[in-house]
Design a binder for this molecule. Structure first.
Ligand code: RB5
Length: 142
């Protein structure tokens, strides 16, 4: 299960990503927001981060205007490794090296086409399971 959430700034991109996930046959749970009315990104960043930390969702996708506020919020939840990505190289590397469990996107930064490519790269790249990366992730947790 993929958890997805956004504020008003990310709402339109969230809807586009949901459609893309449906076309790929991937299950998701939408934690809001449910309209483009102004709202507070920490509410939605925290909801998806808690769901990922609790194991209710294996991965999460969070979107706000820049991706910054919502990724800062998510990274306050223990066990969450949220990565703000604006390119496919970073999306691949953060899965391989950091075992990132949440992808954060900036809807006012990215075009929809690039955002969907970044989502696919993130979802389709497994963690490397490399010993040195496991050690470094453990150090973050400590
Ligand atoms: C909302 O205007 C905007 O501040 C928010 O979407 C985000 O960019 C915050 O980091």
């Amino acid at each position: 299960m993929i958890g997805i959430g956004s504020d008003h700034g990310g709402f339109a991109l969230k809807e586009a990503i949901k459609k893309h996930l449906e076309e790929r046959g991937l299950e998701y749970k939408d934690y809001g927001t449910y309209s483009d009315a102004s709202c507070d990104y920490p509410v939605y960043g925290r909801a998806v981060a808690k769901a990922v930390a609790a194991g209710e969702c294996q991965l999460g996708i969070l979107i706000c205007g820049t991706g910054i506020g919502i990724s800062i919020t998510a990274n306050k939840v223990p066990g969450v490794r949220a990565a703000l990505c604006s390119d496919c190289f970073s999306a691949e590397a953060t899965r391989l090296h950091n075992n990132a469990n949440i992808l954060a996107l900036g809807a006012r930064v990215l075009g929809e086409g690039l955002a969907l490519k970044i989502v696919d790269t993130f979802l389709d790249t497994p963690f490397s399971n490399d010993e040195r990366h496991i050690r470094r992730i453990s150090m973050i947790e400590e």
